[in-house]
Design a protein around this ligand. Sequence first.
Ligand code: ATP
Ligand code: MG
Length: 458
Amino acid sequence: MDLAKILVMEKKTSIARDIRGNLKRLGHEVTAILQTEDECIREIFKNKPDIILIDIDLNEGKFGLEIAENFKKNFSIPVIYIISEFDMSYLLRLKKVEPYEFVLKPVNEKNLYSSVEISLYRDKMDKKLQESEWIYRTIFENTGNATIFIEEDTTISLANREFEKLSAYNRDDIEGKKSWTEFISRDDLDRMKDYHRLRRIDPSAAPRNYEFQFVDRYGDIKDIFMTADIIPGTKKSVASFMNISEQKRLESEILRISEQERHQIGIDLHDGLGPHLVGIKFLANLLKQKLEQKNMEEAKNADEISGLITDAIDHTRQMVKGLSPVDIDADGISFAIADLTRNVEKVYGIKCSFTQGGTLNIKNKFVAIHLFLITQEAVNNAVKHSNAKNIGAELIENDGAITLTVKDDGTGIENILDRREGMGINIMKYRARIIDASLYIGPNDTGGTRVTCTYRKE
Ligand SMILES: Nc1ncnc2c1ncn2[C@@H]1O[C@H](COP(=O)(O)OP(=O)(O)OP(=O)(O)O)[C@@H](O)[C@H]1O
Ligand SMILES: [Mg+2]
């Protein structure tokens, strides 16, 4: 049994004395017997009682109930009410202030004992609960990510400070008022609503992590990496948002710079090393001729050197082609893809076909380059990761839409949304985004993986 310091508010001295006697026998200490609210407040500050026993009919302009309510609210001290008779009106009044316990006059020891014990126990539990609430509240506020709790009907019931910053709304304007769907870009909304629904049927049916575009109060778009999960045993979920806009911007910038560099290396090889090798070949041929004129055997060596330089020139040309695919023009994309698939067959021995459907008419060279580079990465991924026997690329123009598909019959790609290690897929997404095309990377109907990029001409 915990020993408690108890403050008693009772006007009748005989009852107060009885109570003190009973409590003392139970091992508790009565710190004071008082009548007015002011005295009590002073006593609370001075002796910090664990429990206040208060006569509900204590009347000094205010009812005991009101005083008790004030104590509970301002000092979080459990209150036990002393009531003189047990009727419905008491119960209703007590219910209003969520009573801890009550004892009936004349106060008996057993009743007092159980009320004090229950009050102390409840108070301990309440404090523990409050502490764990504070811990979770602190974690919720300080994860560093914008975090929200979502109800089944999509309403946001709780939002932390970071979410206020991300959305540019005040918490009061969000909690209980806004639906998460108001913060999602049009392109991502249907997919995310599906996840919301699926997650409530089976939490593992929707991905935990994925990227989407967030729209804030002013319509500004932010790239987000999101983690969502259902709260066990409920239909509520918790979602946290990491703003990766800056990371995305840097990724694009790196890509742009690396492409510029590749292009520059291509140009340097083409305009520098290429002519240089041609010059050396010319000199080697001249040497060969001179040695032949002198009937010298070394002419053969000079011929070999010239042959090797020819190989080096071819090699350089190949490198220039690989480094500067920017030479692809609108008509050239089919040739470039056909070339790519032929090379894969030759080098890796995997069956790799290319089909073109409809008359292609891509006027925009920029679009052609990016479509080619998406094809190249998808084919390379199939070669590198899928263990496929067949890879097929297809380019079709139909009704103003150009659809590029690369399929393989390999092992298939697992959860694409969890894959963040390589750069290739991110770069494909980036390329699709900048030409305003849609991109699917996922399972193929007949097994393996399919990458489909659809570009709609204006
Ligand atoms: N066709 C595919 N079949 C099976 N798995 C694939 C396929 N394409 C991609 N993957 C998987 O997806 C991952 C990510 O691909 P991504 O192109 O982003 O990176 P990477 O190819 O590993 O590296 P990088 O492209 O940066 O050189 C791969 O590591 C692989 O596990
Ligand atoms: Mg790759």
